[in-house]
Structures are given as C-alpha cells and as structure tokens.
Design a protein around this ligand. Sequence first.
Ligand code: AMP
Length: 473
Amino acid sequence: MTASFSKLSLAEPLARAVAEMGYESMTPIQAQAIPVVLTGRDVMGAAQTGTGKTAAFSLPLLQRLLKHESSSTSPARHPVRALVLLPTRELADQVAQQIKLYAKYTQLRSAVVFGGMDMKPQTLELKRGVEVLVATPGRLLDHIEAKNAVLNQVEYVVLDEADRMLDIGFLPDLQRILSYLPQQRTTLLFSATFSPEIKRLANSYLKDPITIEVARPNETASTVEQHFYSVPDDDKRRALRQIVRQRGITQAFVFVNSKLGCARLARSLERDGLKTTALHGDKSQDERLKALAAFKAGEVDLLVATDVAARGLDIKDVPAVFNFDIPFNPEDYVHRIGRTGRAGASGLAVSFVSGSDGRLVADLEKLLKKKVELEAVEYEDDRPRGRINDGRRTWREQGETGDPRDVLDPPRERRAPRPAPAPRDPFFERPYEPPAQAEPPAWEANAKAAPGARVSANIKSRRKVAALFKAAG
Ligand code: AMP
C-alpha cells in the first residue's frame, strides 16, 4: 500500500506545491526515501528514471533547507546548501525545473548550470546566491575555478544517475568536486544499477548509507509491453512505419547506436513524411533544447536519439520506444524503455533484431534473465498515409525524392524474405496475471488518470512481459 503525501507532514509551502502537481500518493521510491532523507541519513538508492526519484530526494531536501529560508537580497544569505549533480544537460535542466516547481512557494532559490551555454547568465545567477544548485560536473568545475560557485556551506549532495556519470567518465570531476565540499554533509546517490564501480564510489563518499531499492537493479518497468522483431537492417525503416501505423502510435522515441546513424535515420524518416527530429551529442545545446521542446509540444512525431543524448529525459508518457538498434550496453535497454510506461502509464517497447545482433541479444537476455522471443513483422501495404499524429501531412509519392530506398512498396524481388514466425513460447501465451496485490498502487491509478496522459488508445498491454520476468526471476 503506497502512502499519501499527507502522511509526511511536509511544510505547507511544499505540500501546496505537491498538491498543485497533482500528486496524491507517493511512488514506492518516494515512500521509502523521503522519510530517510528527512532524518539526514546518507542514501544509496537504486531506482530508474520515471519512478519519481527527483521528488524522492528534492522534497525532503527542501524541507530540511527551509530553516535557511531568507527574504534578504544579500547573496551572503543564500549560499549553496544543496548540490545536485547529473550527467547530462537535459537531465540537469529537467531536474532543476522540477525543483523550481517544488520550491515555488518557499524563499529557497535554485539554479542550474551546464555546459554548451554562455557562462555569463549562469554566473549572474550564482552571484545572486542560490540554495540549491543543479549542475553537470564539467561546467560546475568551470564555475568553481572562476570562483562563481563557493561550496563550503553545502550540506547535501545528490549524485543522480551516478552510473551514467561514471560511464561518461566523470569520476575524476566528481572526485574533485567532492573534495571542495565539507566533510560533514549528507550524500545521496541514485543509480539505475549498483555495479562494482558504483559500490566503490559509495564506499568512498557515503557514510553508513541506507540502501533503498524499489526495483531490482536492471529490472524493466512492469508497465511496458516489450516486443522483439526479427528485421534485416534494410527493412528496419519500413518495419518502423508499419508498426507505428498498425499500433496507431502518436509519438515515439527511436534509439540508435551512433550519432551518424541518428542524423541519417532522422533525415530518412523525415523524407518518409514522418515529422522527425534528431537528438545527439553533435547538436548544439540550443538545437537540442529546441528539438526537445518541439517533441514535448507535439510538433514532432519521432525523436531519434542516441543513448547519451536521451538519458533521463523526462518526456512523460511517450507511447512507444523503438530500439532501431539493439544497444551495445544492455543496461541502456533498461534506460531506453524507461522513456515509456513512466509513472504508471502503460507503454510499448519495440526492438529490431538484425542478423548481426546475436551477441547483443545474448547480453540482453543475461541482464533480463529471460530468453528474448523474436517475432516477425506483419507487413501490410504500407503506403504512407500522412502524419502519424493527425494525417495532415502529405507523403511524397514514389520517386519524388529520387531515393530508390524511398520506394514504399518495393518490387517483390527486392523485398527481404519475410522472416518465419518465431516459435511461440507457451510462457507468453498464458494470460497476464497481476502480482499478488490485485489493486494497482494508488499512485499508478492517479498517474493514469492524470490529465494530459497521452498513451494511445490503440496500445493495449497484452502481456506484461517484464512483470513475468519479475515473477520468473
Ligand atoms: P522522475 O523519476 O523523478 O524523473 O519522475 C518521473 C515523472 O513522474 C515526473 O514527471 C514527475 O512529475 C512524476 N511524478 C513524480 N512523483 C509522482 C507522484 N507521486 N505521483 C504522480 N507523478 C509523479
């Protein structure tokens, strides 16, 4: 049974902000972490994005900082008290936005600094004084060196998405930043997985932490319906269009393994008439923020992204995620499909497996502790019919682009042979049995009922594959 926020005795300004966000019950990570963080203990939390972990650390942190609230305009009265470190710019921006919302009825100030943007406005904000500073490690070090950020009064530090920070190679930067902080502080570390490297980091920087694990590390959300299709590389685009149309998918993330592949695929899909944008590391910060804003505003149907660029983006209720390429790192599969089925909404994850993916699929099976069952795509006449959102856009007719690959219904001899239907595993034929708790947790029900939930009515969760993984694991 998940508890209501009212049980927490949050201070009125925070409770008001939470109520305004429409949250009624706590998510599991919130129910476990908030009371612990309120006591000031260090926490090592295993939770993937989409579980509500931002509120899990920021609400209790803000509550504990309320004693420092000051209406004074003097920067000296607003030193940095809490530092939240994240691996990517988008994630930092997103967490900072959430914190601003939670703190909006308090006098606590927050700011975000990340690279790729002019230092000056960030400097001005830092010089005015902020209690909560959200940052990516590289840019924070720049500000520390320029003496714009003074961290000797920090009481709380949050290392969010710590596994990805290590993956990206931020360990030396983290070590330097942590060396500037007072020894006497609370440290909260969140990571999707507890790898040996993460455990080493925790051993070095956390004091007697309480471990909180809401989902087993590497476990995919139970609300995501997962399918693996056997598709030769050359047919992937066609398969994607087909599934988008068959399922009536309104918006999707499409993951690829390389920046180059990302840009190319986005261009081809755009030529196919699908409103597409690309998100990868070679884009400027401004372009990336614009791409995100367009996707969030529903002006874009498909967001083609690499793992690093998309990690942790809080784009709610994306109806579907496509793994156009199987990720090199199986843990990225968990992160990718965490973009759909968030905060209790149901979602669809479609992965294309081509002939050369054997080893990657084997790695994935090891991580998921389950055999991946391949299905065949049922191709129909896939003459494009317009924009997937509303059919407003007209598709280019065959030959118009001059690209032979754009021929939408290629002659039979050019078509790849249709893969034989995969043998069916009787395990997946069994009807889905919900876990012992018959009622969905209240927070899930709330999330489903939340206004603006945009899961396509055509997406029916036929089999909760991950839930079965859980039962089998
Ligand atoms: P996070 O895992 O922190 O990225 O949160 C994922 C999404 O869930 C965010 O958009 C939050 O606004 C939303 N969320 C967080 N906590 C709750 C809650 N208790 N009830 C409903 N939605 C929530």
